[in-house]
Design a protein around this ligand. Structure first.
Ligand SMILES: [Zn+2]
Length: 187
């Protein structure tokens, strides 16, 4: 049954186990070999995104590398094996920006597609708010073209490159803006 389904696929690849050119997608997440029966599940990866808050602003970066090079982004990245979301977020911000963050609070999550090296990685991006231990010594590394503090009263999620970031940022701004808008506060 698997073999007949795969016969309809046009993009047969060499199986990483037996080497026969009969490795193809079977279902949404499942790839398999019609020769040896090897199955591979291309599962959704965990990723974290930081909303680093400081004096009414949040830390925004500009991507230097593909995918979405030249667009605005929030700091974060993929979760390592055997790592918690919280530890991943602290590690990623330290690696990307030489910044220590604290007071992590889970905010929301949104799915994302991350094309890299010809493969589309599906992620679910978990957003956390957090605060810097110190704003001194921040340095953008590797994949960051520049970084800046953006005023939450004027920033626009549509300026950001990834759909999940736009949605997460919009969620955050809906959550935070009433508290920062004196007109909507109770007397
Ligand atoms: Zn095989």
């Amino acid at each position: 049954m698997r073999r007949s389904f795969m016969a309809a696929e046009t993009d047969l690849l060499c199986c990483p186990v037996c080497g026969i050119r009969s490795f193809a997608r079977i279902e949404e997440k499942q790839w398999g070999c019609g020769g040896c029966g090897f199955l591979y599940y291309h599962n959704t990866a965990s990723a974290v995104v930081a909303v680093v808050e400081h004096e009414g602003k949040i830390l925004v970066t500009e991507r230097k590398k593909k995918p979405a090079a030249g667009t605005l982004d929030l700091p974060g990245g993929f979760v390592d094996n055997r790592e918690t979301l919280e530890a991943a977020l602290v590690r990623e911000i330290r690696e990307e920006l030489n910044l220590e963050v604290t007071d992590l609070k889970y905010l929301c999550s949104f799915p994302n597609a991350y094309p890299f090296g010809g493969i589309r990685y599906w992620t679910v991006d978990a957003f956390f708010t957090c605060r810097p231990r110190s704003v001194d010594g921040i340095r953008g590394r590797d994949e960051i073209a520049r970084w800046f503090w953006a005023d939450i009263r004027t920033m626009n999620p549509d300026d950001f490159g990834f759909e999940s970031i736009r949605r997460g940022l919009a969620f955050y701004l809906r959550t935070i803006r009433p508290r920062n808008n004196p007109e909507k506060e109770d007397p």
